[in-house]
Design a protein around this ligand. Structure first.
Ligand code: SDX
Length: 434
């Protein structure tokens, strides 16, 4: 088949160059500009990477127009309905769904690495009690690089896989301890007899003074939340992990960078911001229409948090799954009245927005963060822990992308260029003459 190319002509110089067009398994084709600067001295300019593919990847596929999300070819709907988070982790990291033996040994591997080095506890006591748990998590995960650095040879595939297992295993403990430290309750150690999701709820809510049994509906709801948040191709935090990892930095430090990026309200921090917005609306004397108009008004920075997406220009498939989960929990009588009220407000916001020309024209739909916070509240998880939940789930996505990138011998350090708009050359002026 003839090569698929595009011709670029600089109409100032009249020079042209043939550029190959790359064809992925599915999704948009791409013009290969990797040699453009070398051959023409021209850079490409794409702030925010609106039209830029940064890598090849086999892990996750999104179709923003169709509202499709697939992990290694399996749809998020089927994985959320039929799968477990552990088999989703195995799938994202290894590329295939595990058989029973592979799944059991993977679960064992993760289960027996959930403990933290006892000295890790001291990192928590360095924080104020009112520190945001995302700040604690960034610090403690970064500190893991101090415990697993010496023998971590990232050129060794087995060491890389071990780092992935350690991170998947330890994130729930780190997350739960961030919560326990903030509310002054004693750290609870992992219980190897519990499933991943159940163990997290155990470390979050059990007390020395009374037995805690997690509700099976909440355990399954948490599994679905973990599955739907596990990966999302080259989002800001995953791209951060890839960029940090491209310098061959310690993987724990690279994941800490990803956690920092996820924290922003434009990204994973939107789940906390969305519920704060719903609570503000519930307490306001203004109605939903007032807030819809406010979100459209460019003279203020209010946005409908949990709405809009860089890739999805249709309904985020995860939002649909999580919205249905909200209804199941509320219909199952497992949520408080105030949580039901927040869901009603969210549903009204969604209905009004999706009939409003501003949102329709810009293809703004609810995203993964619009409904998830209502589920977290019904689980007893406080607002400032919402993005910690997202980070715990996304760790498998981050480390799978890191593992894929570091396993590719063509990987080079990521180093974008810029368009310089500063002062041209000028000579130093002595202080006396300024
Ligand atoms: C996540 O990338 C991923 O995959 C992320 C994620 C993942 O799983 O990793 O899916 C998780 O981060 C989901 C997104 C969570 N963030 C929010 O919910 C915050 C609110 N949403 C926005 O800030 C915004 O929609 C973004 C950040 C999500 C997307 O930003 P873009 O793609 O840069 O789009 P934009 O800001 O340029 O918006 C385009 C237009 C603008 O209006 P105009 O300039 O055309 O007039 O839409 C408007 C925006 O003002 N707009 C909104 C809006 N989102 C976009 N207006 C009101 N409310 C909103 N929420």
């Amino acid at each position: 088949m003839a090569k698929n190319t595009a011709t670029l002509t600089d109409n100032e110089t009249g020079e042209s160059i043939e550029l190959n067009i790359l064809h992925p398994t599915q999704g948009p084709k791409a013009i290969d500009v990797s040699q453009l600067y070398k051959k023409t001295g021209l850079l490409t300019y794409d702030p925010g990477f609106m039209s830029t593919a940064s890598c090849w990847s086999d892990i996750t596929y999104l179709d923003g127009d169709q509202g499709l999300l697939e992990y290694r070819g399996y749809s998020i709907d089927q994985l959320a309905e039929k799968g477990s988070f552990m088999e989703t982790c195995y799938l994202l990291l290894n590329g295939e769904l595990p058989n029973k033996e592979e799944l059991d040994s993977f679960i064992n591997l993760v289960t027996y690495h959930t403990m933290l080095h006892e000295q890790m506890k001291r990192f928590y006591s360095g924080f104020r009690r009112d520190a945001h748990p995302m700040a604690t998590m960034v610090g403690v995960v970064g500190a893991l690089s101090a415990f697993y650095h010496e023998y971590m040879d990232i050129a060794d595939e087995k060491d890389r896989y071990d780092a992935a297992i350690l991170l998947i295993a330890k994130m729930p403990t780190i997350a739960a301890w961030s919560y326990r430290y903030a509310n002054g309750t004693p750290f609870v150690y992992p219980n190897n007899n519990l499933s991943y999701a159940e163990n997290f709820l155990h470390m979050m809510f059990s007390l020395p003074s009374e037995k805690y049994i997690a509700s099976p509906i909440m355990v399954r709801a948490l599994e679905v939340i973990l599955i739907t948040h596990a990966d999302h191709e080259q989002n800001a935090s995953t791209s951060t992990v890839r960029l940090a990892g491209s310098s061959e930095a310690n993987p724990f430090a690279a994941i800490a960078a990803g956690i920092a990026s996820l924290w922003g309200p434009a990204h994973g921090g939107a789940n906390e911001a969305a519920v704060k917005m719903l609570i503000e609306i519930s307490k306001s004397k203004e109605d939903v229409d007032y807030f819809i108009e406010k979100a459209k008004d460019k003279t203020n920075n209010f946005r409908l948090m949990g709405f809009g997406h860089r890739v999805y220009k249709s309904y985020d498939p995860r939002a649909k799954i999580i919205r249905d989960l909200c209804h199941q929990i509320i219909d199952g009588g497992l949520a408080k009245e105030e949580h039901k009220e927040l869901l009603d407000i969210a549903m009204t916001l969604e209905k009004v927005a999706l009939e409003d020309e501003y949102f329709v024209k810009r293809k703004l739909y609810p995203n993964v963060d619009f409904y998830s916070g209502i589920i977290f509240l019904s689980m007893g998880i406080p607002l400032n822990m919402f993005t910690v939940m997202f980070a715990m789930a996304r760790t498998i996505g981050w480390i799978s992308h890191w593992h894929e990138m570091m396993g590719d011998n063509k990987t080079r350090i990521s180093r974008p260029r810029q368009l310089y708009t500063g002062k041209s050359h000028r000579d130093y002026v002595p202080l006396a003459k300024r």
